[in-house]
Design a protein around this ligand. Structure first.
Ligand code: ADP
Ligand code: MG
Length: 363
């Protein structure tokens, strides 16, 4: 096991239920076995690390004789059931699998926001079969997300960065209708700059999407959403650690250069935007932050957001795999109001989509 974040996230819910005398059966998946059991994807291997994070004993129950083994558990016991995806019907939300899971318990608690964008037997189906509740981690996630895009305090700013526009088109289209300021950074900004007639040289840029970028800019105009694109950028001829760089106006990028970070002047003015905002939603780094020195803009804006959050003027919510890594790199993840470790579910939420696992709980 490489990272116990997801295990730790469930501790409050599991211990609370166990302390109240429930028999706690943990349903979870690992990897993509697609209905074919395999020892390397068995949840037997998480029992020891789970005991370590919970600080109490954890049993393991496989899918042979599960009902009989569950019947022997005592109030307060915690047991991990085998990988739910060892059933092909799990990902198909199959009725027989839902019944199999439902027969083992009386109540269903969903504590996995990160899996809520999928209508699977253990996420959506079971919630419709048994009395269903949100666990503490799910609850915290939903409260934070509601504060950020549901009923946020305005002005609201969104930072959207990362590599490609194509992966986040739906996010951008939804955000322009929701936020007052849309800050576009990362490789994505290059496509928008190109749409505005800027020559971005060798930068990562989806030239076939410049029309789409223009449509998004028009939609933002109509919705009174101010779009912020970088006006100075850090460029290099080679993408490697610590190459020679130049900080230039976007109109001065040479044909053999690539934009790898937002420039310091733009970052400073983006900080001023955040100072006037009450809410921030952030997905995607502003530059190629894994490679020095192209982490500077992301780190600087993250530190500004963290300071405003600590100061009490900003509610800051961030999510996305690389975004979490970038905030950890900037050492500010703990200072944000909420950092979501859910990748796909967080992005679908940013697209304004209903998450089936959450919808089933609300019903
Ligand atoms: P998240 O996982 O948070 O949703 P993405 O996967 O969309 O974020 O994007 C992260 C990636 O974008 C990082 O690997 C980063 O290096 C890359 N990136 C950011 N800015 C640039 C840029 N100007 N050129 C190339 N890659 C970039
Ligand atoms: Mg990513």
């Amino acid at each position: 096991m490489t990272d116990d974040t997801r295990l730790r996230a469930t501790v409050p819910t599991i211990t609370e239920l166990s302390d109240k005398g429930a028999i706690v059966l943990v349903l979870a998946h690992f990897g993509r076995p697609k209905g074919v059991p395999s020892p390397d994807l068995s949840l037997a291997q998480i029992v020891k690390p789970y005991e370590a994070v919970l600080g109490r004993p954890v049993r393991y129950i496989d899918w042979e004789g599960d009902a009989a083994n569950v019947a022997m558990l005592q109030p307060g016991d915690i047991a991990v059931l085998e990988n739910t995806r060892f059933f092909g019907g799990e990902e198909k939300n199959d009725a027989a699998v839902i019944d199999r899971f439902a027969a083992l318990g009386d109540l269903y608690v969903n504590d996995a926001f990160s899996a809520a964008h999928r209508a699977h037997a253990s996420t959506e189906g079971l919630a419709r079969k048994l009395p269903a509740f949100a666990g503490r981690a799910m609850e915290a996630e939903l409260v934070a997300l509601e504060k950020a895009l549901g009923e946020p305090e305005h002005p609201v700013a969104a930072v959207v960065g990362g590599a490609k526009v194509s992966t986040k088109l739906a996010v951008l289209k939804h955000l322009v209708t929701k936020v007052d300021h849309l800050i576009i950074g990362g490789g994505m900004a290059n496509t928008f700059l190109a749409a505005r007639g800027v020559d971005v040289g060798k930068s990562l840029c989806e030239h076939d999407l410049t029309d789409t970028a223009e449509e998004i800019l028009d939609a933002a105009d109509r919705a009174n959403c101010t779009v912020h694109l970088p006006y100075d950028v850090v460029v290099a001829k080679e993408f490697k650690a610590n190459p020679p760089t130049r900080t230039v106006n976007v109109h001065e990028v040479a044909a053999d250069e690539m934009i790898l970070d937002v420039g310091p002047a733009a970052v400073e003015s983006l900080g001023d935007v955040l100072k006037n905002c009450r809410t921030l939603v952030w997905n995607g780094p502003l530059g190629a932050f894994e490679t020095a020195p192209f982490d500077k803009a992301t780190v600087a804006l993250a530190k500004t957001a963290a300071a405003l959050t600590i100061g009490g003027t900003l509610v800051s919510v961030a999510g996305g795999g690389d975004t979490v890594a970038a905030l950890n790199h900037a050492n500010v993840a703990d200072d944000f109001t909420f950092v979501s470790t859910a990748g796909g579910a967080f992005l679908e939420w940013m697209e304004g989509r209903e998450l089936p696992g959450v919808a089933a709980l609300l019903q």
